[in-house]
Design a protein around this ligand. Structure first.
Ligand code: G3P
Length: 218
């Protein structure tokens, strides 16, 4: 499963990329607001930090013509930009036009398997089902992932399932077990994956015994 960082914080992206943990980055208007930086500039910088890896940048127009106008600007930033569009008729129309033209498209704000089916038919490169926001309403968001996986496999759709709105390590574990293609998570959640109390305890014990040997390496 590919790991994308769901952030516009370039320090976090650099750190995770240096550790070999990243296969791409996703942003959205809220994350751009949080970063407090110019949208086009920060997307360009991210594209340089992770060359060749998909970097999702979201258009904000709600009509097809407006989305296409904005997409023209956004996709010129770098070859690895994936234009992010909302799951609406105008968004799907934009998705089809852009993918027909060889641009990667991430269809976002997906909350049902039928919506995911439409995105695949429109040729989306990625579909972003939001699991955490589903959980917030009392529905298990992971059920959506297993339904989409089943449907895409039934018909050999090439659209990649990009699990979004990931809030904790269990979302990542379940995504991998269900065969999601990609998950995107905040850097803090990706860092949580490395933590295990027995790893920390083991390090402490080894360090204590090593100190007793009185040796040094090198
Ligand atoms: O990028 C879209 C998605 O990951 C947002 O997550 O936590 O705002 O629901 P969240």
């Amino acid at each position: 499963m590919k790991f994308f960082a769901d952030t516009a914080d370039t320090n976090d992206i650099r750190e995770l990329a240096d550790a070999g943990l990243l296969d791409g980055v996703t942003t959205n208007p809220s994350l751009i607001h949080k970063a407090g930086r110019n949208f086009l500039e920060v997307v360009a910088e991210i594209c340089e930090i992770v060359p060749g890896m998909p970097v999702s940048a979201e258009v904000v127009a709600l009509d097809h013509e407006g989305m296409m106008r904005e997409a023209e600007i956004v996709r010129k930033i770098a070859d690895n930009v994936a234009v992010k569009v909302p799951l609406t008729i105008d968004g799907l129309k934009t998705c089809k036009a852009l993918t027909d033209d060889g641009t990667m498209v991430n269809v976002t704000l997906c909350f049902s398997a039928n919506q995911a089916l439409l995105a695949a038919k429109a040729g989306a490169t990625f579909i972003s089902p939001f699991v955490g926001r589903h959980d917030d309403t009392g529905y298990d968001g992971m059920n959506l992932i297993s339904d989409i996986r089943l449907i895409y496999d039934n018909y050999d759709f090439a659209t990649q399932i990009l699990v979004a709105s990931v809030r904790h390590p269990i979302h990542i574990l379940e995504s991998a077990k269900l065969g999601a293609d990609v998950m995107t998570a905040p850097p803090a959640v990706i860092r949580q994956l490395v933590k295990h109390p027995l790893t920390d305890k083991g390090i402490d014990a080894f360090m204590a015994d090593w100190a007793k040997t009185g040796q040094t390496i090198g």
